[in-house]
Design a protein around this ligand. Structure first.
Ligand code: THU
Length: 149
């Protein structure tokens, strides 16, 4: 069940990555959030000529979930990406793991929902797949729970 959900999330994330706006890094990333009712919310990275304004795929997906009032409903995320090649192909053998900022953003969703989040990371070629709990990717995190203490 968990493995099937992971494969579905990675597939949805890869479809989102096809729409990456990444002309500067030429690195496309897709993210797919699984909500507790089975809804999948996707995002892809969007870069900017003012480089520092670029947004990660995970951040875009989380913002979309939040816009629907669903930030607290995230149970899992799939992340996949790779280099953009000729014709828009996405290639890569290494799994993409959420950057530090995105881990912190995921902690916000996790603590809002009172749960840990499963993170499925995959390479663009599909050969490498990893599964981590968010708490292992960002241990001892600061989050909204700390503001309530
Ligand atoms: N990127 C993501 O979208 N998510 C990550 O977790 C790591 C990096 C994007 C940002 C930038 O557009 C490109 O990948 C290269 O860093």
């Amino acid at each position: 069940m968990a493995a099937v959900a992971g494969a579905v999330l990675i597939e949805a994330a890869l479809m989102a990555a096809a729409h990456a706006h990444a002309p500067y890094s030429r690195f496309a990333v897709g993210a797919a959030l699984l909500l507790e009712d089975g809804t999948i919310v996707t995002g892809t990275n969007i870069e900017n000529a003012s480089y520092g304004l670029s947004l990660c795929a995970e951040a875009v997906a989380l913002a979309t979930a939040n816009t629907a009032g669903r930030l607290a409903d995230v149970v899992a995320i799939g992340v996949v990406g790779g280099s953009i090649g000729p014709g828009g192909t996405i290639a890569g053998e290494a799994p993409v793991r959420p950057c530090g900022r995105c881990r912190q953003m995921l902690v916000e969703a996790a603590q809002m929902g009172g749960r840990d989040i499963m993170v499925h990371c995959a390479s663009a070629d599909g050969a490498a797949v990893e599964r981590h709990m968010l708490s292992a990717l960002l241990p001892h995190a600061f989050g909204p729970d700390d503001l309530l203490a």
